[in-house]
Write a protein that binds this ligand. Structure first.
Ligand code: ADP
Ligand code: MG
Length: 299
């Protein structure tokens, strides 16, 4: 099998035909747009965002999917496997290739839309690391963090800077990971991306610090709070000189303490496989992070 990334001109009729055949095998109500899409739509999808083509030894198209590039989030959609080759592992290969592609191009997570009627399909995505993000009536949006490798401190910092593209007033980030995993380094990148004043340092002895800027950063280190046995963080009681709805709040060591503060949050998990590098994953929780809110891009 050969998997090809296409961003530009695609074999439109071949893709349309395979997609139609694959979606016909899974009837849903209302019926899928894949059954009635035009050649122009397929051409536009590949031209604007791209997709994957999988061919067998004879050169026949046997699987395909399309992506939508929405900054840090990519949507994987219109995944189609030749019905004669179901349960051959092709779907898994296709989706793995989409994840690798998205990660290489700077995405931190992928989203899919799954019809609620299709339990098998839902099980497939969940076994690939997806979890529900938001219900949209007759279908559910699932999200999967992409595993990110951070080869050095600059990469951690840079991830923080890039995450700012995904942040707005009132957002909460919960950073977890062992001592030295890079939580403060990531927060420094976020501070730089937000353009806030003052050097972001480990606020271990003050619990929280406010950095002023266009969008203020509230930086909390809950380590000691956690050690003291507290079960939740009362930011309201901290007399912060900032309004959380107007700021971005980053909490180091916050898991298990701050979930009640906001139903929507970004959970960033950092790990320290060795001294020289780190890994990260960014999981959004709550509709706030839905990428389908405005547009209809479900496959
Ligand atoms: N991706 C990385 N690879 C190697 N070292 C890193 C990486 N990210 C951060 N570091 C380093 O790890 C050390 C601890 O980082 P810090 O952000 O203070 O961790 P934490 O706040 O999680 O305890 C710092 O010296 C930092 O430069
Ligand atoms: Mg720290």
């Amino acid at each position: 099998m050969k998997i090809e990334r296409v961003f530009g001109t695609a074999p439109v009729d071949e893709v349309r035909e395979l997609t139609r055949r694959a979606f016909e095998g899974q009837p849903v109500t209302p019926s899928s747009g894949a059954l009635s899409e035009s050649s122009e739509t397929v051409a536009d999808d590949f031209g604007e965002h791209g997709g994957l083509l999988v061919r067998d030894e004879a050169g026949r198209l046997v699987a395909t999917c399309r992506v939508r590039r929405l900054g840090l989030a990519w949507v994987v959609r219109r995944c189609a496997v030749d019905p004669d080759l179901r349960r051959s592992g092709l779907g898994r290969q296709l989706v793995d290739a989409a994840h690798t592609w998205a990660a290489e191009e700077g995405a931190v997570r992928t989203h899919v839309g799954v019809r609620d009627e299709l339990a098998d399909s839902r099980a497939f995505w969940e076994s690939s690391g997806y979890a529900p993000l938001a219900s949209h009536g007759f279908w559910t949006e699932l999200v999967r963090p992409l595993p990110l490798v951070l080869p050095g401190p600059e990469a951690t910092y840079e991830l923080g800077r890039r995450l700012v593209a995904d942040l707005r007033a009132g957002d909460l980030l919960v950073l977890s990971g062992p001592l030295g995993a890079g939580k403060t380094a990531l927060t420094q990148g976020i501070g730089a991306g937000l353009g806030v004043r003052g050097h972001v340092t480990s606020p271990t002895f003050v619990l929280a610090r406010v950095h002023r800027g266009p969008l203020p950063l509230v930086h909390v280190d809950a380590y000691r709070l956690r050690e003291s046995g507290s079960s939740r963080l009362e930011l309201d009681d901290m007399d912060l000189d900032a309004d959380l709805p107007d700021s971005v709040t980053v909490v180091e060591w916050g898991e298990g303490l701050v979930e009640e503060l906001a139903e929507a949050r970004l959970e960033v998990t950092l790990a320290r496989p060795d001294d020289e590098s780190r890994t990260a994953s960014v999981r959004p929780v709550g509709r706030r992070w839905s990428v389908f809110a405005q547009t209809s891009v479900v496959g």
